[in-house]
Design a protein around this ligand. Structure first.
Ligand SMILES: *Cc1c(COP(=O)(O)O)cnc(C)c1O
Length: 422
């Protein structure tokens, strides 16, 4: 029926029905995880005695902001952390990661990435590109990385050889702009054990972007010391308007707070303005919204594999983040896909995204995001650097039906432009 409203080709609808039927089992698993995580969140709200006054904001210095402090406690409880720093003052996930790295690393220390080169936007923070900008490298912090194995797993032998001298062992849970698999909490646990076997003191930091609530526990549950993420992704539930979080060992969170505000002030300052209500509501909705995003992602993977494309992960693989990557093989197909996703968005459906030189990325990037919150990728979005194999990374969607319609319009757009034959 919805195909009539949006003029989707009947052959695509037929394939979509097949895809949905194939996804029954993964959908059921996702529903179970969402239910469990929602219960955890609800319990944390009750245990922390969240009341109406917590939803109100403060101005100025923000001393004694009860809503802010209790929100930290809610995040900490749900993520099994000693403490958390949940702030709208983080301008993005990259900022939160940068604060965490500068917060705990000191001159002469070594940052060791266990998952190869980190997410594109961190390259300048670390100092892999650019010089004299105040990167970690400019401050005398050494950087080394251990690539993942060709199968996309941790190289445990290399970790045991190299982790002894690392101050921070860094793990990126999600695939980012690569085709490697995302790393499950179970797999991350093995890497942490390998680090601990040679260096019990190392700080294990996980870039948790896109991973929150995809499984029934977060990396802190298996021994990570810090996790970091963005509030315009999973844990903001599509309602938080900006921000990020850092959670983990209390002493480390304190050091990060010193870096975010000022040494000696840390978590005591930073007014919440009128953001508490959205951050609470967003976190409350997050498990269910992430469940929808996971279903959309699984559906897209199945739909596009039935259409003949390589899609990662496969629809029936276990998920640890909300991303599906689809290899579209040609730049025109990549652009058509993104423009189709945009057409299926609630906001700015009438614009056509084009590739551009985005700050922090070293190739041109195209992004489709017709979102209520600008750039929020917990809302349906697709982005891709224009480079071989012209893969698109798509994620998000606040409701299953709207996300499915976005995916269908992406396919429809390919069909209409003669880039897809069925
Ligand atoms: C989104 C993301 C980041 C941070 O990106 P921002 O756009 O700065 O929020 C970092 N790492 C990964 C894996 C991400 O997905």
């Amino acid at each position: 029926m919805l195909d009539k409203i949006f003029s989707i080709d009947p052959r695509l609808m037929q394939i979509a029905r097949q895809a949905e039927a194939d996804c029954a089992e993964p959908f059921a698993r996702i529903a179970q995880i969402a239910e469990y995580n929602e219960a955890k969140v609800l319990k944390a709200f009750a245990d922390q005695r969240i009341g109406e006054s917590h939803l109100l904001g403060t101005t100025g210095y923000g001393y004694g902001d009860r809503g802010r402090d209790a929100l930290d406690a809610v995040f900490a409880q749900v993520f099994e952390a000693e403490d958390a720093l949940v702030r709208h003052h983080f301008v993005s996930g990259t900022h939160a990661l940068s604060v965490a790295l500068f917060g705990v690393l000191r001159p002469g220390d070594t940052l060791l990435s266990l998952t190869g080169t980190p997410y594109d936007t961190l390259e300048e923070t670390i100092g892999l590109r650019g010089q004299g900008n105040g990167s970690l490298r400019d401050f005398g912090i050494h950087y080394t990385e251990i690539p993942l194995t060709p199968e996309g797993g941790f190289n445990l032998a290399a970790i045991r050889e190299q982790a002894a001298t690392a101050k921070v062992a860094y793990i990126q849970r999600s695939r980012g702009y690569s085709l490697r698999p995302s790393l499950s909490v179970d797999t991350i646990s093995q890497a942490i054990q390998a680090v601990r076997s040679v260096n019990p003191e190392a700080i294990v930091m996980v870039d948790n972007c896109y991973g929150e609530f995809a499984e029934d526990r977060e990396p802190l549950a298996v021994g990570a010391d810090l996790i970091v993420g963005s509030l315009i992704k999973n844990p903001g539930g599509g309602i938080a308007q900006t921000g990020g979080y850092i959670a983990g060992k209390a002493r480390l969170v304190e050091l990060c707070a010193y870096r975010l505000t000022a040494v000696g002030m840390g978590k005591e300052v930073g007014c919440s303005l009128n953001q508490n209500r959205q951050m609470y509501m967003g976190f409350f909705h997050a498990p269910s919204v992430v469940g929808n995003a996971l279903k959309i992602s699984v559906f897209a993977s199945r739909m596009f594999s039935l259409l003949g494309y390589r899609a990662y992960p496969a629809y029936d693989e276990k998920r640890t983040d909300i991303i599906t990557a689809i290899c579209l093989e040609k730049p025109e197909a990549l652009i058509a896909f993104c423009q189709g996703i945009q057409k299926g968005s609630p906001i700015d459906s009438f614009v056509a995204p084009e590739p551009w030189d985005m700050p922090g990325y070293d190739s041109q990037v195209i992004m489709a995001a017709g979102a209520f919150t600008m750039g929020a990728s917990i809302e349906l979005s697709a982005d891709a650097p224009l480079r071989d194999p012209y893969a698109v990374w798509m994620q998000g969607g606040l409701t299953y039906t709207s996300g499915k319609l976005g995916v269908l319009q992406a396919a429809q757009n390919l069909l209409e432009q003669g880039l897809l034959s069925i």
